[in-house]
Design a binder for this molecule. Sequence first.
Ligand SMILES: *Cc1c(COP(=O)(O)O)cnc(C)c1O
Length: 567
Amino acid sequence: MIIAIGSDHRGYPHRDRLRVALAASGHEVVDCGAPGPGPADYPHPAFAVGERVAGGAADLGILICGSGIGVAIAANKVAGVRAALCLDPEAATMTRRHNDSNVLCLSGDRTTPDAAVAIAEAYLAASFEGGRHARRVDQITEYESKHHQERGPAMYDAVRQTDPEIAAVLAAELGRQRSQLEMIASENFTSRAVLETMGSVLTNKYAEGYPGKRYYGGCVHVDEAETLAKDRACLLFEAERANVQPHSGSTANLTAYLAFCKPGDKILGLSLSHGGHLTHGHPVNFSGLFFEAIHYEVERGSETIDYDRMRDQAKRERPRLLVGGASAYPRTWDYAAMRSIADEVGAIFVFDMAHIAGLVAGKVHPSPVPFADVVTSTTHKTLRGPRGGLIVCKKDHLKAINKMNFPGIQGGPLMHMIAAKAVCFHECLQPAFRTYAQRTLDNAQALAAALIAKGFRLASGGTDNHLLLVNCKPRGLTGKEMEELLERVGITCNKNTVPFDEESPVVTSGVRLGTPALTTRGMGPAEMRRIADLMDRAVASRTDDAALANLRAESEELCRAFPLYPE
Ligand SMILES: *Cc1c(COP(=O)(O)O)cnc(C)c1O
């Protein structure tokens, strides 16, 4: 048998003894800690042993602490574990026979190491009798699985039973998200309601077409979900029409471009190295491959867009499509200027609000919707919904957009994601969302001021939205070095070119920082100042491993103070 074994310091001699004795009787022993004989908290080995047994990686478990009670309580919190404290071999035999117990708990204080071996041998030799006892164990299991489902996304019970390897990935990623300061400007944490809807039975349904006009039967309920999503998107963004089917922001852009352009037509967007997105005409992307892409840039000095220059360029080039929006532009856009430029040259004006959609929805940032012909977006960035795309447009453009998205580009819509978008839009319509949006901005302002005070340079000198482009060169680091340094102290971000960057795109001079995810965790301006201070100290002690380890502990403590997906 495979036996998982663990203890705190008071069970250490017993664990040592059991490990040898069990191996000698032919069992495979997996030691789950705590490491070494020094003082240790008992819950940690208890969860480790419990999870191995519940997940099927071990047949049975053995845990020891002073009384044996602490490890039993902790192990019994793991769904699927039936941990029993036994002080003699008779109890050990009975709990296997009657309770189908799968984790034996021993008292380090009241049981000698020799006695522990005798109790363990009795436990391993006995087996479950079933019969009337099975009924009682089933009652426990039934209660437990119902209870755990209600506890939400942290549990992953079914995955753990079917696929322990992927379950381990899910648990580890949840742990990472909980324990690191997430400052990637395009990331966020969805609500449990959104997570649940994404994992729902709607994923089983084919629904090619649009509500009321599907190519499959049985669409009555998914029609309702998509209609809710569309109506809420229109209400939220004060838009005339919406298409909620794009699988991603990139697909939304592809839809918008092909709805109005033929391959080879000219599109004008912000260049990638000045903050634009790949889908705005970069040569490696469909937008650069299918279309003749030309770019505007920000000005030297101000590092902002000059709309007179954009107008001159548009008049010269006469693009079919004028594209606004960015992934790394910290300033507001002059939508009215872009509308008039598009009108002057007879172009369609597409605005891609992927990054700022949540700020627009929260009414803390100007909206492109009244100005642009078509507005594309993602739903997972500041908007805080499921990973996906969205298009809102003027009434006259809906037919072209719908036809290009399906059947033009996509097949069956992801109905679980569309329903999750509906949940997201509903959340965005609540007053609490406006508070989050405003606080995201306040936090970006606080972070910007604190970083400038520490000698960092911000592209364009500051920010109007949720993101900052931080030039690290004045502090003696490239963007790549800064990203790696921050990773070591528990802060996740991405290196990013700054306008007119002299470093290559894989090195860069800057990092992009965003406040949405930390704001969702509940952090405010005081925490932003603390984080700026942490970054400053990380740079100052970048070659001092011990100092960096202390900073990492500090950032983890900050994370613990703002729990994510609490149990
Ligand atoms: C993120 C982003 C996209 C692409 O979204 P995906 O869902 O990753 O395809 C498109 N445009 C802009 C401006 C973005 O920031």
